[in-house]
Design a protein around this ligand. Structure first.
Ligand code: TXA
Ligand code: MG
Length: 344
């Protein structure tokens, strides 16, 4: 790809021309980075194997890591799956459009490359108006992983997409920062009990409220053993990683500050809550107030990228609470740290 076009589309109506261009590029088999409410997605026509193949090349993504298929309207679901379990209907009714991905039995309509050969397909109906307008106009479901180079922090602004994907995709659609900031919750409905594969903005507590019992995959907060089979292949890869080494530090305000300040070496940075800033004697990037998980989610990936730009070599990151959306923050931070945690 020689040139990557950058288009703005903040509003489906005012920016309808740019949305039409993005949709036409996708319908013609092109690659377009599109905004969603969670993170930017690197989209292609999910029903076109050749187009989907280009996603793996552009990202440098391992072929065995399946993609999420994005739909704009509930009517698009049925052709993609063999059946829609009752739980899926209830969840769609409550959480779609929104940041929830359901793993369901894949129909023949979905090319195997989308699901890395698995008999399942992950489907999501995003709430971002620009994402929905693009899918609707393209007239096909879109396969889209997060629009980052494989292994790097996910992209939550068009600038992040420009950094990772210029020259690798046909188009980047800028709709400003993503309102959620971390990827969707992934829930498998393939077994008897629904199984949380990746926590996100739809929380475990919310799912339990609707479904009763929900199993949490061991890999949500733990590392896969070398050859362990995993339910969600994405969980075995190093992820969300800045170039710097990241260590998670679990403790209260005073313990965290004392630990960080005892490690004042060249290249050491803190990734902390806003309230920690005045107490730290090393350069620091904050990712939101301690009590505001939504803000922490919005800022986390940008903060990891900023640490790289500021030349951090070792990042001492504050471990967030594990409740509600905190489970998703812990899941991402643990992976970016390669599971290195200091407990004080
Ligand atoms: O919010 C999101 O989900 C974003 C936006 C763009 O929609 N997308 C996203 O895609 O995060 P990606 O590819 O970065 O992460 C998808 C995750 C991976 O961990 C993958 O292994 C898992 O979902 N996944 C996809 N299809 C699956 C399937 N059939 N069975 C189990 N896990 C699946
Ligand atoms: Mg990703």
């Amino acid at each position: 790809m020689e040139q990557t076009k950058l288009l703005k589309a903040f509003d489906p109506e005012a920016d309808s021309e740019n949305i039409a261009l993005a949709a036409a590029t996708l319908a013609a088999g092109g690659l377009v980075a599109i905004p969603t409410e969670t993170v930017y997605g690197l989209a292609a026509n999910a029903l076109d194997s050749a187009a989907v193949g280009k996603i793996f090349v552009a990202k440098g993504r391992p072929q065995d890591n399946p993609l999420i298929v994005h739909i704009s309207d509930l009517e698009m679901l049925a052709p993609l799956v063999l059946r829609v379990p009752e739980a899926a209907r209830v969840l769609a009714d409550r959480f779609w459009p929104g940041p929830l991905t359901l793993v369901l039995p894949r129909s023949e309509a979905v090319p195997p490359i989308v699901s890395a050969g698995l008999p399942t397909v992950a489907v999501r109906l995003p709430s971002h108006p620009v994402a929905r307008a693009i899918i609707r106009q393209a007239g096909v479901p879109l396969a889209a992983p997060s629009a980052n180079l494989s292994g790097r922090p996910s992209t939550t602004t068009a600038q992040h997409c420009i950094t990772d994907l210029t020259g690798k995709v046909d188009m980047i659609v800028d709709a400003g920062p993503c309102p959620v900031g971390i990827e969707s919750t992934v829930l498998s409905l393939m077994g008897e009990t629904p199984r949380l594969l990746r926590p996100g903005a739809v929380t475990l507590e919310q799912l339990q409220e609707v479904l009763g019992r929900v199993e949490v995959d061991r890999l949500v907060l733990q590392q896969a053993a070398a050859e362990e089979p995993v339910a969600s292949p994405g969980m075995k890869y190093k992820h969300y990683a800045p170039r710097a080494r990241v260590t998670l530090v679990q403790g209260d305000d005073a313990q965290y500050a004392a630990y960080v300040n005892a490690h004042r070496e060249e290249g050491t940075f803190a990734l902390c809550f806003t309230g920690d800033l005045p107490h730290l004697a090393v350069p620091a990037v904050d990712y939101g107030p301690k009590g505001d998980q939504a803000e922490q989610a919005r800022r986390l990936f940008g903060a990891l990228r900023l640490l790289d730009m500021r030349g951090a070599r070792w990042v001492l990151a504050r471990y967030p609470s594990q409740e509600q959306m905190g489970l998703a923050l812990c899941n991402r931070l643990l992976r970016s740290a390669g599971f290195e945690v200091v407990r004080l």
